[in-house]
Each structure stands twice: as structure tokens, then as C-alpha cells.
Ligand binder design. Sequence first.
Ligand SMILES: [Zn+2]
Length: 118
Amino acid sequence: MECHDSKWAGHPGMHGTLALVTDQYYWPHMDRDIEAYVKTCLVCQQDKVETKKPMGFLQPLPIPERPWDNISLDFIIGLPNTDNCSSIMVFVERFSKYATFIPTSKACPVEEDARLFL
Ligand SMILES: [Zn+2]
């Protein structure tokens, strides 16, 4: 398509291509056709511009200075159901790396989480 692929057009994107085409042509549902054409343009798919800000460096977690200063909590879910428990709550005390595994149900409310933790 001359209004998208040519050197003077320069792959302007859906709205730019639609503007260039509507200057000279009209047909029913032309916006749908142009959108499909631009979405399948190989050059546009291979030359995407990153629009997000750069991520930056990862920030490490602070190193705990004493036992029970910092605890991580995670769940292992999707296990076979045994005694009405299909998940495991995992606490890791980060200073000593001591891990505690507590069986729990899949739909564990936060009050139950707190009770199990205590
Ligand atoms: Zn293109």
C-alpha cells in the first residue's frame, strides 16, 4: 500500500496511514481494512519501538541484622487434596533461613493465615 509501505510514507502506523488514505480515497469499512493491513505489516512488527521507561537495576532486599527481623511468606498451591488441605504456607526466617511449612486449605482467609503464623 502506497500510503504505508512507500519511502515517503515511512510506515506511519494505523492513524497516520488512515489519514493519508482518506485524503485521496474512500470505501466502506476502510478503517477496519487499514487496521488489518497495518497490524500485519512485517516491517512494523519487526521494528517496534519500546515505549516504556527503562526498568533500572534490581534492588536487593535488606540483609536482616538479627533473628526474626525479616520473614518471607509464600504459598505452594495446587497440591492434591489431603485432609481438606491442598496448599502449604511457607514461612522463611531470613536471618537463619529457617523454614516452616504449614498445611492449609486453598481458600485460606487472611485471618486464618494470621492465626497459623502466630
Ligand atoms: Zn508497516
